[in-house]
Design a protein around this ligand. Sequence first.
Ligand code: XUL
Ligand code: CO
Length: 435
Amino acid sequence: MFMYFNLEKILYEGKNSKKILSYKFYNPDEIIEGKKMKDWFNFSIAYWHTLGNIGMDPFGAPTMKRPWNLKDPLDTALAKVDAIFELCEILGIEFFTFHDTDIAPEGKTIKDFNNSLDKVVDKIKENMKTSNIKLLWGTANLFFHPRYAQGAATSPDPEVFAYAAAQVKRALEITKELNGLGYVLWGGREGYDNLLLTNSELEEKLLANFLQMVVEHKNKIGFKGVLLIEPKPKEPTKHQYDFDAASVIAFLSKYNLEKDFKLNIEANHATLAGHTFSHELRYARINNKLGSIDANRGDLLLGWDTDQFPTNVYETTMAMYEVIKNGGVDVGFNFDAKVRRASTDLMDLIYGHIGGIDSFSLGLRIANELKNEIDKMVKKRYEKYYNTMLGKKIINKEINFDDLFEYIKETEVETIESLKQELLELILNMHIFRG
Ligand code: XUL
Ligand code: CO
């Protein structure tokens, strides 16, 4: 029935099933906290890692042979369309994501590129007619080609700015034509390698101007999806301007762009910034900026963006606690994750996605069970701000330094109530071990 994979569809069988090729925790139509599981997630396959990755790394040649890679680049692009639809169908994943350069060969000019994009987009539209599979978000690749070696919007050469703008214009239009729920901007080369050679004021201004043009074009074409910025602190540049959620939010507010963008938080980018995944989700959430998630994980012992499939249920539980508190995300969960270079079988792609989906689904179930207990503990921890005069006055700013001095001058303030972190950890483990 399928072209590339000799497989049946992967279905939910429950946690006691012994069948590897089944979901133990992901039951798409089951209602959790008022919403179908599949709607909590909008899981998505990433074109670049799943179809594009052939196992190359800076130390070694490709390790993987993929049946959709043909001699002619356009034939390959068209074969990949069938492959992504097939994979979505098998895994029961309803969305995919791509960079413009993932779906079509570039050619010499942007006009050539747009011609080949048109052919592939037509095929995607055709396939969409007979399936339930949709675009989660689109993006433009402004980091691979040599012209972007010194940045795209922040390049010292305005022709590079123009090229990047032309790419984003078309990628936004395609995303709209395919009814994408969002559009992502990740500025891998928008940063610096050498600070002394960098005009920081100019580069910041260029980036802001670029983002303002993105918003203008979005409005001009009537794209209704969510614009998303994906923070990452470094790699490939030494320092990336979209460092983390906090720096992106400060930048957006400085340039009056706060209402136009939300964030796409990636787990491995959070850890590269020295944060936890849940820290970044929390910071985005409390600022009403949690728009979408790139679901993956890094490796504690490797200092780079390993983009592994998520398997750590502690991490997915804490992430889903933030997502539940946020009422879900606007866009979805994209597996920005790839199989290891030595995992060369096509089947490894299937194992990776099943593992990622089940890890997040179990995280959702556990976080949902846990949240009332956690919320109770947090509420208790801060209760004096709500049930004492002093606390209320501080919160409502009805008190000043002189009043506070008068209030406290003869009181000994020694230790306060225990944090009870170990109790919290016991509760967490109790739920996690139970599954
Ligand atoms: C790079 C990364 C990108 C973005 C899209 O680290 O995460 O794949 O998600 O450009
Ligand atoms: Co990403």
